[in-house]
Design a protein around this ligand. Structure first.
Ligand code: AMP
Ligand code: ZN
Length: 460
């Protein structure tokens, strides 16, 4: 089956035909580094990771660029609140992001671009738009994009141009706004007091870029004026991606991006998980409840990337049980087998159909149950799939103990240190009830799965 993706631009499934095969350029809207990314944000980055891994698995040469928004309304506002320079403030959250990325087993982008390193490129696009009459300067020296001049404005979000033009009076300076506020948007914001030190002296005057122009500049500089895939969450469709298309295509006269792909919401209590709503969780919150980042990844892959997914502790608990069982089963299988071609074909078919990870996960369980397959071949086949799924199944040793057993072991060690032998024995019993035997040795406690010859050094 040919590789196909759902393209937001055409609202249909399309066969994937890159502009310059086997090369594929992907631009993924990355974090605004004004706070820790929450697990809703990570849904967007894990989706982009699966996309990238899938294309690599299928033999494409992928170049992925991800931006780090280190200047916009929110970074300026919060760096000032924290009394820090924009650079120091955003650098801290950039490093946090990299740490989380590694914990989630997300393959690093080929290039991470900081918006503040691309001011010249942004200015140059804005100069072109001014020269071509698509942009104008307002009284305060800011530059706005005139949506009326762009006959195709609204094509990504499928806005009705008739009503749009009627409502399109005035202009909007804020980076973020809703569809019922369709207006000329800011390309360049002339400096005002609230910006503090966040400004650049350029041919456009003293000021800073609007959010949307940042992504146009960073993507085209690194991937060319036309490239293959642009990703982000559904909330990016309007206004961010709509505006990116308008600025880029009016400046270059070329198609900006061929395939637009967007992930659905991660919800909490059926509402969007968002920093502004205060209903978000960090990876740290999950870890405190014994949920590892890879369990969260498994949880996400159980749903299609475009569907809404409701986060509950019960649902993530179910994912944890399944993932830990999977990890334990694979750990026990012998190595050096062969990949089963029949299953590999099925797997390829599933992921080629708009990244069908739920069916891919189901296939893994089918393989584990298949008694006609050699155990070593099961392992080789599943580890091959894991190049796409990224569940860390190739490096299970540190994960083999379920999180709750690890936590109990830690508690038991503390009880032993406090010479509370009764409590230590009670905990040993709890661990046994979970199917593990504890042996105290000179090197510390060793733990063995009941019925297994394999002793694992405790991580307590
Ligand atoms: P931001 O840092 O707000 O620019 O968001 C970074 C990425 O996370 C964007 O691609 C958003 O679309 C995505 N995102 C934000 N919240 C959610 C959510 N609750 N579910 C899925 N994706 C989200
Ligand atoms: Zn962006």
């Amino acid at each position: 089956m040919a590789l196909r993706f759902y393209n937001t631009l055409t609202r249909s499934f399309e066969e994937f035909k890159p502009i310059n095969p086997p090369r594929v350029g992907i631009y993924s809207c990355g974090p605004t580094v004004y706070g820790s990314s929450h697990i809703g944000n990570y849904r967007a980055y894990i989706f982009a990771d699966i996309l990238k891994r899938t294309l690599s698995y299928l033999g494409y040469e992928v170049k992925q660029v991800m931006n780090l928004t280190d200047v916009d309304d929110k970074t300026i506002r919060d760096s000032q609140k924290a009394g820090k320079s924009l650079r120091d403030f955003t650098e801290y959250f950039t490093q946090e992001f990299y740490k989380d990325r590694d914990l989630l087993n997300i393959v690093s982008a080929d290039i991470y671009t900081k918006a503040t390193d691309y001011i010249n490129e942004m200015v140059s696009i804005i100069e072109t738009l001014l020269a071509k009459g698509y942009a104008y300067k307002s009284e305060d020296g800011s530059v706005y994009f005139s949506i009326e001049k762009d006959k195709e404005y609204g094509k990504l979000s499928h806005l009705d141009l008739g009503t749009l033009k009627e409502g399109a009076s005035g202009r909007i300076k804020a980076d973020e706004y809703e569809k019922d506020n369709v207006h000329d948007f800011a390309l360049w914001k002339s400096w005002d007091k609230a910006d503090g030190d966040a400004y650049w002296e350029t041919s456009l005057g003293k000021g800073r870029p609007g959010w949307h122009i940042e992504c146009s500049a960073m993507s085209m500089k690194n991937l060319g004026q036309s490239f293959d895939i642009h990703t982000g969450g559904v909330d990016n469709i309007f206004p961010h991606h709509e505006n990116e298309i308008a600025q880029s295509e009016c400046a270059t006269g070329k198609t900006f991006v061929k395939y637009w792909m967007h992930n659905g919401w991660l919800l909490v209590d059926e509402k969007k998980m968002a920093k502004s709503l205060g209903n978000f969780y960090l990876l740290q919150d999950l870890s405190e409840r014994g949920i590892s980042p890879l369990v969260f990844r498994y949880f996400l892959l159980g749903a299609h990337y475009r569907s809404k997914l409701n986060f509950t502790w019960e649902a993530i608990g179910g994912a944890r049980t399944a993932y830990e069982r999977l990890a334990a089963e694979i750990f026990e299988l012998p190595s050096h087998g062969n990949i089963n071609q029949n299953y590999k074909n099925k797997f390829t078919e599933f992921i080629s159909d708009d990244l069908g990870t739920p069916r891919a996960l189901a296939l893994i369980w089918e393989i584990l149950k298949d008694s006609t397959l050699e155990p070593a071949d099961k392992k080789a086949t599943i580890l091959d799939f894991d190049k796409v799924l990224g569940l860390g199944l190739d490096k299970l040793e540190p994960l083999i103990l379920p999180y709750n057993v690890q936590a109990l072991l830690k508690e038991r060690e503390e009880a032993r240190r406090a010479k509370n032998w009764q409590l230590a024995d009670e905990i040993r019993q709890k661990i046994e009830d979970l199917g593990y035997l504890v042996k105290d040795t000179e090197q510390g406690p060793k733990i063995v799965k009941k019925g297994s010859a394999n002793a694992t050094q405790s991580t307590a």
